[in-house]
Ligand binder design. Structure first.
Ligand code: APR
Length: 229
């Protein structure tokens, strides 16, 4: 059975009503990364960081998986599907996808600010200053901030190197190391980009760009993948 690896970004959740980061009216237009998404921001003003992620968590709770999330989950009946997402939302899981690799963490969990291996399922509850882990340290969102290590990158590289088909949906490929995953896919293998914009993918061989929003382009992608079933 063909191994399909799918890298997703904020664009796959755009039609679920969740803002992307770098499109017009994106999250980084209304917030400075340096105020809410770095370890320095956490040291300087943890309350502002908690507020940013508590707002994200509430938006995600109100959102629903869209057709793209759902069809990717249904693909698991025909292919070996491994999803690697940069998103901190849980829409892939809520659509039914299993074993999703969250490169940048996931909003439904908290982690100890001192012992990051201590993580806790919080669903969509706020995290506030004074909420402590079992060892008494302040809890923070279980997300990877700019400048922090990406613990699941090795696992993601292994998945990409084992892909028979590689798919990229809804990411500007602006953030390393996630953006480097395409380099680990054999040049001869088929690659598909599903994005209405133009992520920087020139130079890759055997690549087809489906220039549509995810919920429209997912049908085109399924038709293309049927050829490999
Ligand atoms: N369907 C598919 N793709 C879309 C849609 C849509 N409806 N709308 C926008 N896009 C595409 C854009 O063209 C762009 O390529 O989604 C991508 C969004 O890019 P970004 O906003 O940069 O989001 P992403 O690539 O996920 O950002 C990567 O940066 O800030 C960090 O940690 C954050 O995980 C995030 C990482």
């Amino acid at each position: 059975m063909n191994n399909i690896v799918i890298l997703t970004g904020a664009g796959i959740s755009a039609e679920s009503g969740l803002r992307t980061f770098r499109d017009s009216d994106g999250l980084w237009e209304n917030h400075s990364i340096y105020d809410v998404a770095t370890p320095e921001a956490w040291e300087r003003n943890p309350t502002l960081v908690q507020k940013f992620y508590n707002e994200r968590r509430r938006d995600i709770q109100k959102s629903q998986p869209n057709k793209a999330h759902i069809l990717l989950a249904e693909m698991q009946n025909k292919f070996n599907v491994n999803i690697i997402t940069q998103n901190i939302d849980d829409l892939h899981e809520r659509a039914g996808s299993k074993n999703v690799i969250h490169l940048h963490g996931v909003i439904t969990h908290s982690q100890s600010s001192k012992n990051p291996e201590l993580t806790y399922m919080i669903d969509y509850e706020d995290i506030n200053q004074g909420d402590l882990c079992e060892l008494g340290s302040q809890l923070r969102p279980h997300v990877v901030w700019f400048g922090e290590a990406v613990p699941k990158m090795e696992e993601a590289i292994l998945q990409a190197s084992l892909a028979d088909i590689f798919v990229v949906i809804g990411t500007s490929l602006a953030v390393y190391p996630a953006s480097s995953l395409l380099h680990f896919v054999e040049p001869i293998l088929p690659k598909f980009i599903l994005d209405p914009g133009n992520p920087p993918v020139t130079g890759y061989k055997n690549l087809k760009h489906l220039k549509f929003p995810a919920t429209i382009g997912i049908d085109h992608l399924m038709k293309e993948l049927e050829k490999f079933a």
